[in-house]
Design a protein around this ligand. Structure first.
Ligand SMILES: C[S@@+](CC[C@H](N)C(=O)[O-])C[C@H]1O[C@@H](n2cnc3c(N)ncnc32)[C@H](O)[C@@H]1O
Length: 815
């Protein structure tokens, strides 16, 4: 008969797919106990093997627990032999090992040289099930004071209102998770004889454990009261999984994964809860915690950054102590559990890191690892943000942009915990390298740190984080009070890389291509905070020293914002419907995606018109009888319609009727833009540009020769006052659209979230370009000819590649 105990273990593990030990298809097991020679049916053989395996597992489970503690190969095979398995035969041994690991859901761990349990998906399923027994009680079972605490909890974690199903489910799941974590921690202390074996009455047991151990992770908080509403049996089946976590080889990673599986992405987004992959965490940990001092982990989450390499790794040279800080009590519990299971002495703090001061800690910090929350500046409550901004401006002495994201505040604030020579590793989005608010942060980093290495993970590749759409950057820095004069390594990681290779690159990497990416050396003193540092990961090999800034050749303006494209951009049908006269309109190139190639001609505009695109911009001269604001106009047509301008037949004029209907339909969107211009009913006037280029793009920026009188709006930049003749202008366009020109442009763009590149006006103005007036005339002619060829080829949908290659060789001659 199959042992019901073992069968239960098998059920728990059934859904896991993580079985690392190699399996070899082999003949069925042969036993040596062969006194019984009677023929056995295959079913009978199978049953006997199962029984023998169960006996092995029973022998390995020595301490009265559900599953064996990690065991070595020696223990396994000695036990197997005692149960009659011929494990000295390789095929039998492999087959036997496979079956035991399958049954138990264990894997081979090469570091501890033991077989260890896998944390199975069934655990999260059981948590969901137990949570399902809590949510019905929310309608009736919450006292007023508990309800108040839960509302506060939802607010802190930026969940929706607790009235929503998603918030209730999440709170219930987190309640069950917190019981599991406390049970695991309890077990850890129990194994050390500090507390008695865990009884059924968990809340009381945890309180006792708190008194015995003084471990704040046992603190009672709102989720404990939530978990009390769960069905006891369902909760017990969750707690029964505790040994799997207790023996985990990566507790922080396992706990982080469970948390992610139980928490909707949008909720993790609001507190910026995205965990660091373990390989990256390892490199950061070894950088910041290398001299065995005290490590600070602000925003610790499940503690993956401050956890040692392996819970049972004997040669640990990691930090003596970790102070982990997280705003969320649940994160504090997760982090503390993971660190304790890993054998890392720690003090967890449930605090807002930005309100924590160095004196609040018992120890002098010697290093920082930090993956701060990425919450954008706009998403922070205004009062909180203003307060933080003001405080950090005062302590750092710099002007901090009000647009800064939360992670930048973590970086500024963390410096006050470090002394000269201390190391820090920050994992952040790379946005500060290119954005305007990043300029002050770059200046701060240059002033306060030796920047040893910045590591960027390929923005085009898969995100380092499973669910956060950001390009990751790790800054490996050393606090200093001197003027740093060393090299900063800009390391681009295109392929996956293991932690030892990354560590080597950070500390000693030579300049140049590697198997997995690229390393660029730049003297820290040569770094300017105003420049786009992202381009230093892809240094451009074009020598631009002899080139001219674009604004020495042309004037560049951004397109005017209409304030309301629905109201001010019209199709031919709109125009016809109202009979708006052409004198009240201007021709329009509405958006970059409508321009297909390198020039824009009247025939293109005509095709767009016929295709029903918005090709007109409302552009009337002053309309004297129309009131001066949209708000007043609204009142005018409601209450004083007689004062509206009328034609000789006494009808409201067509343009004004269009405005009336448009305002009615579109409301007062864009009212701010409208307020600041002379006429609310007309976008600011701007001449038709000679050249157009889009303001943002994914791969390339096309510079389009405009051969029409059409104007553009905010989504294009335009060239005006062009002193070049036609051939010279085409030569300039040939350079700008050439692959070399595009490579130079890439050094000036700012990468937006999701890999979008933005070309700012200031970047465009300083863009290094050829000056056709100072180049040999025949080369100018050749370039202009190639531009013509390029635009014709694009128009005919031909192969641009060939022309672009020729263009590049001529541009090279010019440079
Ligand atoms: C991006 S996660 C990093 C988690 C973990 N350190 C890792 O690397 O996997 C950021 C963490 O910061 C926490 N957090 C958000 N705002 C905070 C604040 N003001 N003070 C302290 N922690 C905060 C979140 O709860 C979350 O656990």
């Amino acid at each position: 008969m199959i042992d019901p105990e073992v069968n239960r273990l098998h059920r728990r593990g059934a859904s896991s797919n993580a079985r690392a030990y190699t399996s070899t298809p082999s003949p069925s097991l042969v036993t040596s106990g062969g006194t019984d020679h009677s023929p056995v049916t295959p079913v009978g053989v199978e049953a006997r093997h199962n029984e023998q395996i169960n006996a092995v597992i029973r022998q390995l489970t020595t301490d009265g627990h559900d599953i064996p503690s990690p065991f070595s190969k020696r223990e396994l095979y000695r036990t197997a032999a005692s149960e009659g398995f011929e494990v000295w035969k390789p095929a039998v041994k492999d087959r036997f090992t496979d079956r035991v690991l399958d049954r138990l859901n264990y894997k081979w761990d090469s570091v501890s040289q033991t077989f260890t349990p896998v944390v199975t998906q069934e655990l999260t399923e059981d948590i969901r099930n137990a949570a399902g027994t809590i949510t019905p009680a929310f309608d009736t079972g919450l006292s007023a004071s508990l309800r108040k605490q839960v509302d506060k909890w939802c607010d802190l974690h930026a969940f929706d209102s607790f009235a929503t199903g998603a918030a209730q489910r999440t709170v219930a799941r987190h309640g069950v998770l917190s019981v599991l974590l406390k049970a695991v921690l309890y077990e850890w202390y129990q194994r050390r004889g500090v507390v008695d074996p865990l009884s059924d009455a968990e809340p009381q047991a945890f309180q006792n454990a708190h008194e015995r151990t003084n471990d704040v992770a046992f603190d009672t908080f709102v989720l404990d009261h939530i978990a009390e509403l769960a069905d006891r049996d369902e909760l017990a089946s969750v707690v029964a999984h505790r040994d799997r976590l207790l023996y985990s080889t990566r507790p922080a990673e396992d706990i982080g994964r469970i948390y992610a599986a139980l928490t909707p992405n949008e909720y993790r987004q609001s507190l910026g809860q995205f965990r660091t992959p373990p390989e990256i965490a390892e490199t950061m940990h070894s950088w910041a915690g290398r001299d065995g001092g005290h490590l600070l982990d602000p925003g610790m989450g499940a503690g993956v950054l401050s956890s040692p390499y392996h819970p049972r790794w004997e040669l640990n040279t990691g930090p003596a102590h970790v102070d982990g800080v997280d705003r969320s009590y649940l994160s504090r519990l997760m982090g503390a559990t993971a660190l304790t299971l890993s054998g890392q002495s720690n003090t967890p703090h449930a605090r807002d890191f930005l309100n924590l001061e160095p004196d609040d800690l018992q120890r002098d910090i010697g290093g920082i690892v930090c993956n701060p929350p990425y919450t954008s500046g706009d998403a922070l409550p205004k009062e909180y943000k203003d307060q933080m901004n003001a405080r950090l401006e005062e302590t750092t002495g710099i002007d901090i942009s009000a647009r800064s994201a939360l992670y930048t505040y973590f970086l500024y604030h963390s410096r006050s915990f470090l002394s000269s020579g201390d190391h820090a590793a920050y994992l952040t989005p790379d946005s500060f390298l290119t954005t305007e608010y990043g300029t002050q942060l770059k200046q701060f980093l240059l002033d306060e740190f030796a920047l040893n290495a910045l590591v960027q993970f390929d923005p085009e590749g898969e995100s380092v984080f499973e669910d956060a759409q950001v390009t990751a950057l790790i800054s490996f820095v050393e606090a200093t009070t001197d003027d740093p004069d060393g090299v900063t390594r800009f390391i681009r990681v295109d392929e996956s890389i293991d932690s030892s290779a990354l560590r080597e690159a950070v500390q000693h990497g030579d300049e140049g291509e590697t198997d997995w990416g690229f390393i660029n050396h730049v003297q820290q003193q040569a770094l300017s905070p105003d420049r786009n540092w992202a381009s230093l990961f892809n240094p451009c090999d074009v020598d631009t020293s002899g080139l001219t800034p674009l604004d020495e050749l042309v004037t560049i303006h951004r397109g005017k914002s209409t304030g309301d494209v629905d109201l001010f951009c019209l199709t031919q049908d709109d125009v016809d419907e109202y009979g708006i006269p052409e004198q009240d309109l201007a021709r329009l190139i509405r958006q970059p995606k409508l321009v297909n190639g390198y020039d824009f001609r009247d025939e293109d505009w005509e095709s767009l018109r016929t295709a029903g695109e918005e090709v007109w911009l409302l552009d009337p001269d002053e309309l004297p009888a129309v009131r001066e604001s949209q708000w007043e106009f609204n009142k005018q047509f409601h209450y004083d319609a007689d004062s509206l301008p009328r034609n000789s037949a006494g009808e409201v004029t067509s343009t004004v009727s269009y405005l009336r209907d448009g305002v009615r339909k579109c409301g007062t969107a864009g009212a701010n833009v409208l307020k600041t211009r002379p006429y609310w009913y007309r976008p600011r006037r701007q001449a038709s540009p000679r050249v157009l280029v889009q303001d943002a793009g994914r791969d390339e920026f096309t510079f389009v020769l405009n051969e029409t009188t059409a104007r553009n709006i905010h989504n294009f930049r335009g060239f005006y006052d062009v002193p070049l003749d036609e051939t010279e202008l085409k030569a300039l366009l040939a350079y700008l659209n050439s692959p070399i020109g595009q490579q130079v442009i890439q050094t000036q763009t700012q990468t937006q979230q999701g890999g979008y590149e933005k070309l700012s006006i200031s970047a465009l103005k300083t863009l290094p370009v050829i000056d056709p007036r100072s180049i040999d005339g025949s080369l100018v002619e050749t370039l202009a000819g190639l531009f013509d060829e390029l635009r014709e080829t694009a128009r005919e949908s031909g192969d641009r590649e060939v022309v672009l290659n020729r263009l590049n060789s001529v541009v090279r001659q010019v440079l």
